[in-house]
Design a protein around this ligand. Structure first.
Ligand code: FAD
Length: 328
């Protein structure tokens, strides 16, 4: 049974990624009324999934591998939404693929974004809403969207976006704004393709990781629990993504498939594809301060870029900010 009491306080969270929704879920548990504003169509942020024909594919982080005890415990506690994936893995030599029992890779079932949907339980979610102004006035903290329409007044506000997207939202807190402006982010192109059939050379491989000029990883999305079809996800290396940042999706698809054919020596035909350019894949030199909270202005900031980067950083940052809010 929930021990939540209604605090009567309203919190707005900008960004429905892992950090924002982790923070949201703890505040909901503590009895706050939480509204989450997200510019995209659904939850997930860099943990999002997308349709590919009649199937879905993970376009963001392809699996969760965490060193955080608390995050691991939460993932193990939700077997209906999160399961362990034990892929046959190898490096770019493609030799000797085998499962690695020592690695614990978690995936959302049937797609990544189920994780953030679970965390969003109990929040009021406003999708396709880009917040452009956060400003304290005498009625509370005012939020406006990009058409300058008023979204409401809130008692507390949390910014849970990548650092560059936090900068324009932090006019009311210039020291936090400067911190966000100092963070640079690394990009990544990701290509999901549905293949007509599984290539011979990849017959017993689900995951390829290692050092390669074009790729950082290649994986068979369809080998994750609860998936079907023949979907492969190709994540370009940081160097390749930086060099080809402004190519069109179609050119990226042709280039990456040509590189895959060169790697495997197998001809292949994609029946469907989706290329996504992540301008902000991960923070280059993330801070390690966990989260920012100004109790006088009642505005806080969380995100992977404040807590060491990656999914662990996002989880840790969202948890830390919720604790700061609860103890203020
Ligand atoms: C392809 C890829 C591979 C990755 N691989 C790994 C990996 O192997 N290991 C690892 O640890 N991490 C990896 N990451 C990074 C990891 O996914 C992120 O660090 C983490 O998910 C960030 O979560 P977040 O909540 O901080 O930010 P996000 O997930 O980016 O959430 C922020 C949300 O804010 C929304 N938003 C932004 N501006 C506004 C606005 N003005 N109004 C409303 N909404 C707004 C965005 O749409 C987004 O949904 C990878 C990321 C990608 C993209």
């Amino acid at each position: 049974m929930s021990k939540a009491i209604n605090t009567g306080e309203s919190v707005a969270i900008i960004g429905a990624g892992l950090s924002g929704l982790r923070c949201a879920s703890l505040l909901v548990e503590a009895g706050y009324s939480v509204s989450v504003f997200e510019k995209s169509r659904g939850t997930g942020g860099r943990l999002s999934s997308s349709r590919l024909g009649s199937l879905t594919t993970d376009l963001g982080v392809p699996f969760i591998e965490t060193q955080d005890k608390d995050f691991n415990a939460w993932l193990s506690d939700h077997p209906e939404t999160v399961q362990r994936w034990l892929p046959y893995q190898t490096d770019f030599s493609l030799s000797d693929p085998k499962p690695n029992e020592a690695r614990h890779l978690w995936v959302g079932v049937p797609r990544s974004s189920m994780l953030t949907r679970l965390l969003a339980k109990g929040v009021t979610l406003h999708t396709e809403t880009r917040v452009s102004v956060i400003w304290p006035d005498r009625n509370g903290i005012l939020l406006r969207d990009e058409q300058s329409e008023v979204l409401g007044h809130f008692d507390k506000v949390v910014v849970a976006t990548p650092a560059p997207q936090a900068v324009p939202l932090l006019d009311a807190l210039q020291s936090y704004q400067a911190k966000a402006a100092a963070i640079s982010m690394l990009p990544a192109w990701v290509l999901s393709i549905e293949l007509e059939k599984r290539p011979q050379s990849l017959m017993s491989i689900d995951l390829i990781e290692g050092t390669h000029p074009e790729f950082s990883r290649i994986l068979r999305d369809s080998s994750k629990p609860g998936r079907t079809g023949e979907i492969w996800t190709l994540q370009a290396s940081t160097e390749w993504s930086q060099a080809y940042l402004n190519l069109s999706s179609e050119t990226v698809m042709h280039e990456m498939i040509a590189s895959l054919v060169a790697l495997t020596g197998d001809p292949m035909k994609a029946t469907n594809y989706r290329a996504h350019r992540w301008l902000y894949c991960d923070a280059q030199s993330p801070d390690a301060i966990d989260a920012l909270w100004d109790k006088d202005k009642a505005i806080g900031v969380c995100g992977e870029w404040l807590a060491g980067g990656g999914v662990d950083g996002a989880w840790k940052s969202g948890s830390a900010l919720a604790q700061m809010i609860l103890s203020s």
